[in-house]
Design a protein around this ligand. Sequence first.
Ligand SMILES: Nc1ncnc2c1ncn2[C@@H]1O[C@H](COP(=O)(O)OP(=O)(O)O)[C@@H](O)[C@H]1O
Ligand SMILES: [Mg+2]
Length: 395
Amino acid sequence: MLLRSLIDRSRLTILGLNSGTSADGLDLAVVTIPRDSREPVTFVHGTQRAYPKAIRELILRSADSKFTSHEEVVRLDSILGQFYGTTAAACLKSLAKKRIQVDAIASHGQTVRHLPKAVRLAGYSAHGTLQIGSPALIAAITGRVTVGDVRQADVALGNEGAPITVAAVARLFGDQKEPRLIVNVGGMANYFYLPAGMQSDNVRAADCGPGNVLSDLLCQKLYGRQYDRDGHHARKGKCSRRLISLVTGMSFFRSDTVSTGREQFGTDLANRLIREGKRLKLSKDDLLASAVEITAYGICRNAAGLALKDRKIRKLYLTGGGAYNSFLKERIAAGLSSIEVGTVAELGMDPSLTEACSYAVMGAACLWSQAMPTRFGSGKQRKLPILGAIVQPPV
Ligand SMILES: Nc1ncnc2c1ncn2[C@@H]1O[C@H](COP(=O)(O)OP(=O)(O)O)[C@@H](O)[C@H]1O
Ligand SMILES: [Mg+2]
């Protein structure tokens, strides 16, 4: 199916592919998006596929090391393109048996560098973000038009390339009567504030700081397990004020950047926390308790600030893998007096698939040449980006 057969459709069924900074795997969500934005998006199908260990190790080497070679990145771009392509193709095949036809694919790719702060280099101001997992390979393997590189049009406008899913999240969760505060806890944590009635001037979105990443890295290093299920270990520990202030004193919490990544909150920091923990004679569980408290701190300071501006905010809806961590949920609730903490499941969405759904919505917007605003309030844009680069399958 080529691009020309899609652009005039009044609705598109898109497979959104998400692979976040946790590097845990690929989330797949199929949704039908009506061109008329007043009509609701409908969820068709969703599934997840964990990365095989060997791929995961390559991703972590590329994303977490300052010494990754170009060869490694080029090869991983190919490996991930094939993994996404074959995983998507299997999904399309099982849907075809149920007579569900998917029109196109939208893939975020795996972030290997996120450098939101500009530096002067060779007389130019340079900043950017890089996602790999070749969209051309996905298109070739699946035979579907594929939208990739969803962050680059935002970077080209001088922005950080994050957050970019605001308009899609607004389409999925915006409400006429109730303000919506959605907090995504993936590798990093980020919030979306959607005022009631969706007056776009008042929409806000930004990263809050680390999400699950520190807790995951500590759990892997200290217990050899991928993550601390339900905060089992963190719950038994005592958080250390010293460790918390070591992280909350970092530049992200004092700067006006709206996004962050594993460059700041990754392996180097986790190793530093472990060293510091040894010096302070903390237990492994104290380290995990501190990591959860750091995540809760970043979320609560943003939520509390928003609640002061909009007193109608009564609830914070968690999404992403962190929504399943009951201990994190408790610690966020403990830090917020006037706001209840729930999950997007209460709004009819599977928390592990929100981002994949957002990319599907963005993919449709790209194919229809619809702009997706990414900045609001004082940073409002004069020109709006059309997010995504379109790749066509071979004929
Ligand atoms: N039951 C659970 N208890 C605690 N943490 C969980 C649970 N389920 C998922 N997670 C966390 O969610 C993470 C994956 O979140 P995800 O939204 O996929 O992040 P990303 O978008 O960065 O890939 C896991 O690494 C883990 O930290
Ligand atoms: Mg994930």
